[in-house]
Write a protein that binds this ligand. Sequence first.
Ligand SMILES: Cc1cc2nc3c(=O)[nH]c(=O)nc-3n(C[C@H](O)[C@H](O)[C@H](O)COP(=O)(O)O)c2cc1C
Ligand SMILES: [Mn+2]
Length: 474
Amino acid sequence: MAFKDLREFIEALEKEKQLVRVKREVDWNLEAGAIIRRAYELEERATLFEKVKDAPGVRMMGGPIGTYSRMALAMGMSADTSVKEIANEFDRRVSNPIKPMLVSKGPCKENILKGDDIDLFKFGAPMAHDGDGGRYISTWAFITTRDLEDTGWVNWGMYRQMIHTKNTLGGLILPGQDIGRMYQKYEKANKPMPFATVIGADPLATVGGSLSAGPGECEADLAGGLRKEPIEMVKCETVDLEVPAHAELIIEGHVLPKVRVEEGPFGEYTGFRTSPRAPRPVYEVTCITHRNNPILTVSNMGTPVDEADIVMTLCWRNEAMRAVKSLPVVEVAMPAYGSGHMVVVSVERAYSGVAIHVANAIWGSKLGYLVPFVVVVDKDVDVHNLGEVVHAISTKCHPVRGVHSRPNTPGHALMPFLDFEERLWGRAANLLLDCTWPVGWDPNIEIPPKASFGNIFPKEIQEKVVANWENYGF
Ligand SMILES: Cc1cc2nc3c(=O)[nH]c(=O)nc-3n(C[C@H](O)[C@H](O)[C@H](O)COP(=O)(O)O)c2cc1C
Ligand SMILES: [Mn+2]
């Protein structure tokens, strides 16, 4: 059974000793952010702040999916499940979508605020890192929008939102992300784009919000698949959109056409504060609905490992799997420490140039402007083991013939290795490291045998040593 809401997940985390309840008041101004950030860096538990300065009645949850253990628990698996098992189960579930179910009421409607009652500052939104452009209310939340044309396409995506005023927000709307594609259509038609931000839905609904179903596909269905149960949805009050009934806090409104106000910077998923303050689109709020004593969920992204390095990579890995489906690929990994920028793929050495084929497929998918680094290894390398991957790079990748770098590829403003001009236009570069033995190499002469226990000893000796292992004194 999937968790019905965030509160059930919090209870489960508490039972598993994966949550700290912070009873003393914390300041939204940097203190909460610093605690959450330090907790990631110590691989600590999630936090539930019961008292937030200036926000009576509001609680804040930090680092909901800050470790793979919490990701496993969110999926109903045991806390010690391996990353590989989590990733494969994730893909199995996402490939069996379940449509959401409309219901007539839900706890997210316990309080309905309109007009002068709207005040975004009331919910304890943190100044998450020193130097951020403002208080970010959406850091572990998703935004739903509907295609301007009557296509039935409803998108969910996790995109940051900073508070400008009591009833306006600003955010990064990249043109390549689905919200950006939708916004371009509304803006061309000079129409405001209805949106609803969903904060504190059940854990897998929120995870689903960072999946990347393409145009026409709805992340809501994939999130249902992840939960193995449909998400109960209710209609919004002021826009024609639906939101999870059990969410903690819903912000409804419109993204205004042709309006830009300076937003950012923000400590980002790359582990750096890139994307300088710049004029960006504005969300005007028409209604806030929330549960009693709402819980504001916060991901305080930065250096690995935090939600972005876990959840975003699981979502993008799913995209990579789909991109290479018809190629001789054995396994795909996106290491958390790659900050979403690196994918490692193991292959059958089926034909010459297979590594280039794999890289082309990944860069030909939506990941083309998100994931600049592709590492391709032979299938005897465990792509989920960074040590083995570094070993393959260091010993099998020819520093000239194995390195394929390409200039002028699509990227985006947050990539730290780009200069200012390149960030402005999202003009990036890609790199493939081909760590496979060339197909033409003779396995008896040119390919050096791997000097591991499992490979360089005859079977009889291996069996003898294994059988006598304890007799040797181990
Ligand atoms: C914690 C977290 C924060 C994120 N913040 C942003 C963001 O501010 N802007 C953005 O474009 N993508 C952000 N992402 C990544 C997108 O959610 C992700 O690319 C998603 O697949 C986009 O959905 P779409 O393909 O429907 O556009 C974030 C992901 C996570 C896990
Ligand atoms: Mn999408």
